[in-house]
Structures are given as C-alpha cells and as structure tokens.
Design a protein around this ligand. Structure first.
Ligand code: MG
Length: 382
C-alpha cells in the first residue's frame, strides 16, 4: 500500500500510511487502505442508506404543495441527498485523480458529507436547531460526526464506525462553516488549513448543487431558461453549447448547459489548484496545512458563481411554493419533537442512552434527524 501511494500520489496528498489512526486501534487490512475501509463503513451505514429518501431541495415523495406524489415515477427525476452525494463524489474524485490527491480519502469524505442531514434539508435543520437552542443547537455537519462516533452501531463492543482521524477531521471542519458558504472559507478557522482532500470535497459540493439545483428547478418549472439568462455563468455556458452543437432543442440545450456548467467550474478549480500547488511549492501535508484554504474558483468565475447562487436563492430556495411546503414539513417535525419529548422512554435503546447521558432534547433530535421525509410526513402525529 505504501509503495503504491508513493508511486501514485503527489507529495502534498494525504497518504493513508501516514494516518493518525482510529480512536480504537485496529490491525491493518490485508489489501484495503484505511480510507477504503472508511468509505466502505460509511456506505454500509444505515444513515447513508436513508439519504435516498431525504430531500435535497425538492422532495421525490411530496410535491411542492406538500401532497404525496402518486407512485407514477414523476418525482424520481429530482436529486435526493443520495444522488447529490454521488455527484459530489464523482466531481471530487475527478479532481483528486487529476491532482494526484488521495482518491480513497476524497471518496470517503464525499460520501460522508451529507449523512447528518435531517429530513427536509435546511427546513428540518432549522426546526431542530430551534428546539435545541438551550441544549447546544443542531448542525447537520456536526450531526454526521455524532453518527460516525456514537449513533451508528456496527460493532458489538464499541459505538460508532471507528473511522480514521482524517475523515472525522474533514467532517468536523465542515461543522465550523456557515451552511452553503461555497468553496470560500472563514480565515478565523483557516489555520491550520484542512487537507486538500477536504478542500476539494467542499468545492465539489458547491459545484454539484449549483448545477443540479438549476436543472431541478427548470424541470419543476420554478425557473425558465430565459430567467436563468440573468446569470452570466449560465448565459456563457449556453453560448458555448450553441457554438458546439447546431439545432439544439430546449431539452438538449438544458442538459448540455448543465454539463458545461459543471465542466467549467471543475476545470477552473483544477487550474487554480495546479497553479497554487506549484507556485507555493506544496510538497508535503505540513505545507498544505500552513498554506490556508486554496481551493477557490478563479476571481472571474467566483463572481459569476456568486451571481448564479444569488439568483437560485431568490428564485428557487425562496420560491413561495418551496417555502409553503417547507412550512408544512417544519410544522410536522416540530409536532413530532413535542410528541417524543413526552415519550422519551419509548425511544429505541441508543436514543434512551443519549437522553440519560446528555439530554432528552438531544435524544429526540438524534432520533428525528435519522428519519426520512416520508418517515416524518406520512404517519400522523399522535
Ligand atoms: Mg452537500
């Protein structure tokens, strides 16, 4: 494994053989690196499987008016947290391989990054954070760390997944960032900087959601192609596609433009990172730690990305239909919180232990955060 890494990875990459290890030491696996094992543990966790029925922006199970979708497959177009996660892993691995960073670590971090999301995305997060205001609050990134270190049960003799220190560190760093802050970073938490593997997963997350949220909003009819033309990034991508292909119908144009949007941002980031790594002479993980966060879009693209995100924020995330559905989902989650707070002794054993060791509020939040969208909206609150 060490020979393979020495041959394939750049000097600034995190080598699995240099890992700070696991909270409970384990013998090395015969043919899987520590980060391959982490990736497998995350993929096999119940929190990961539940991502398939958690909302990214639009629900697959409920329409924007909160009505349960008929089982005709129409909602299946939209990204769930699971397919979003796979898009992030795909973008991040592309960058990792091109830059000779540790692909296994990147994949583990990408698959882990949204595991702590409660049902109904940021609407659900706001409810839990409010109900935990006096008990430490709720943050989906920190929740993923709780899941990995104590809530998932994989071994009879210890809680959690016993992941490598670098995977837990990468996920913990995300908990310090404000949500949806993109590839930019807060200088106050920038020293020492996250590993490059962590930085590209954060950047890949932004690239993936900007592109697929635009696509999902078009599919849903919340946005038109004409409205997206207010974004220079979109407009230029459309122009490139019109030059590359003649006679595009609207559907083809949209698909090609979404691909182009991802490709432009990934290529731009690859260019920035290659340049930064070379110019700063980043020849070790220590040098990466000292350099601050370097995974930013180029200045020209950063401005355009910001413009697209502002447009998506006002036209999609703040759309009256999206907000109305959120209000309904939030009310249901809030009612469940009240209900379970009065019946903590009926929670599964893992959560009863949390109620005893931490607080009943934390136990209820842990329990509700694990549910899927339909796990919250389908059963009536007693
Ligand atoms: Mg994400």
């Amino acid at each position: 494994m060490a020979q393979r890494e020495a041959l394939l990875l750049a000097p600034c990459a995190m080598h699995a053989t240099d890992s700070a290890g696991r909270a409970v030491p384990e013998p090395e696996h015969a043919y899987r690196s520590a980060y391959q094992r982490d990736r497998d543990r995350i993929t096999h966790s119940s929190a990961f499987r539940r991502l398939s029925h958690k909302t990214q922006v639009f629900s697959r199970d409920f329409d924007t008016l909160g009505r349960e979708r008929p089982p005709d497959g129409r909602g299946d177009y939209y990204r769930s947290r699971l397919t979003h996660t796979l898009e992030v892993a795909s973008v991040a691995r592309t960058l990792a391989r091109a830059l000779r960073l540790n692909e296994d670590l990147v994949e583990a971090l990408a698959l882990a990054h949204d595991v702590g999301h409660p049902p109904f995305g940021h609407a659900g997060e706001e409810v839990l954070d409010r109900r935990l205001a006096e008990h430490g609050g709720f943050n989906h990134n920190a929740q993923a760390v709780r899941i990995f270190t104590r809530l998932e049960r994989r071994y009879p003799d210890r809680p959690g997944l016993n992941l490598s220190a670098e995977v837990l560190e990468g996920q913990s760093r995300r908990a310090l960032k404000p949500p949806r802050s993109g590839a930019g970073s807060d200088p106050t938490i920038d020293a020492p900087a996250p590993l490059l593997e962590t930085q590209i997963v954060d950047a890949a997350d932004s690239i993936a959601y900007d592109s697929h949220d635009a696509d999902d909003a078009l599919e849903l009819g919340l946005l038109t192609l004409g409205e997206l033309d207010a974004s220079a990034l979109w407009r230029e991508s459309v122009a490139r596609m019109r030059r590359r292909y003649t006679a595009l119908d609207e559907e083809d144009l949209r698909r090609a433009t979404v691909h182009e949007l991802i490709d432009r941002q990934v290529s731009d980031l690859h260019g920035v990172l290659s340049r930064e790594i070379a110019e700063r002479g980043l020849d070790s993980v220590e040098a990466v730690r000292a350099a601050g966060t370097i995974a930013h879009p180029s200045p020209e693209l950063a401005e355009q990305v910001c413009e697209l995100e502002t447009l998506l924020f006002s036209r999609v995330y703040r759309h009256p239909q999206v907000l109305a559905h959120r209000a309904e989902a939030s009310a249901a989650l809030d009612a469940w919180f009240t209900r379970w707070l009065g019946h903590v002794d009926e929670l599964p054993p893992t959560f009863r232990a949390v109620a005893q060791n931490e607080s009943p509020q934390r136990a209820v939040a842990d329990y509700l955060a694990a549910l899927t969208d339909r796990g919250v909206l389908r059963p009536a609150v007693p």
